[in-house]
Design a protein around this ligand. Structure first.
Ligand code: GAR
Length: 179
């Protein structure tokens, strides 16, 4: 049973849904995330905004508790843009994965696509990895290269990276479900 955390547009969530994976809950740090709206037709959803809790740890404990109540065993971060604390991670040991638009450990963080273009790399990429307390750190499960093309903008490059993410993430999640 899979729980998905989202903050953004939700194209990776859509890819997971299209793959027919057993998604039973979707949560976000933003009540207005388009991805959360997209999920509402498929499963229970909930928003856990930082401002509604005394601190990050209390928010993460509440979010983890809600996911566990829905029967979640594996958590997928599909464009979730906040760090997770031990209050969350300790609840799902070795069972939280993230997708990121670079060849980690290069270019972690929220602006990976822009930073790869600015650095003039010839190859960007997509990575799926286990999540720890760091910024896009944790053991790498799968990586694929995406060439940077002449004239690429952040938008065009991100679109090609996402096309890879939409194949890679469901593949890895399916494998983890079969463990
Ligand atoms: C994806 O490209 C994902 O790799 C990235 O956010 C995008 C979400 O798109 N995640 C990170 O940068 C994590 N550091 P989506 O909302 O359309 O799935």
């Amino acid at each position: 049973m899979i729980g998905v955390l989202v903050s953004g547009s939700g194209t990776n969530l859509q890819a997971l849904l299209d793959a027919g994976l057993p998604i039973v809950a979707v949560a976000s740090n933003r009540s207005d995330a388009p991805a959360l709206a997209l999920a509402r037709a498929s499963c229970p959803t909930a928003a856990f905004a930082l401002g509604d809790f005394p601190d990050r740890s209390a928010r993460d404990a509440a979010m983890a508790g809600w996911l566990a109540e829905q029967g979640v065993r594996l958590v997928v971060l599909a464009g979730y843009m906040q760090l997770l604390t031990p209050a969350f991670l300790d609840r799902f040991p070795d069972a939280v994965v993230n997708v990121h638009p670079s060849l980690l450990p290069a270019f972690p963080g929220a602006h990976a696509v822009e930073e790869q273009l600015a650095a003039g790399v010839e190859e960007a990429g997509a990575t799926v990895h286990f999540v720890d307390e760091g910024v896009d750190s944790g053991p790498i499960l799968r990586q694929e290269r995406v060439p940077v093309l002449p004239g690429d903008t952040a938008e065009s490059l991100h679109e090609r990276i996402k096309a890879v993410e939409h194949r890679l993430l469901p593949e890895v999640v399916r494998e983890l479900c079969a463990r």
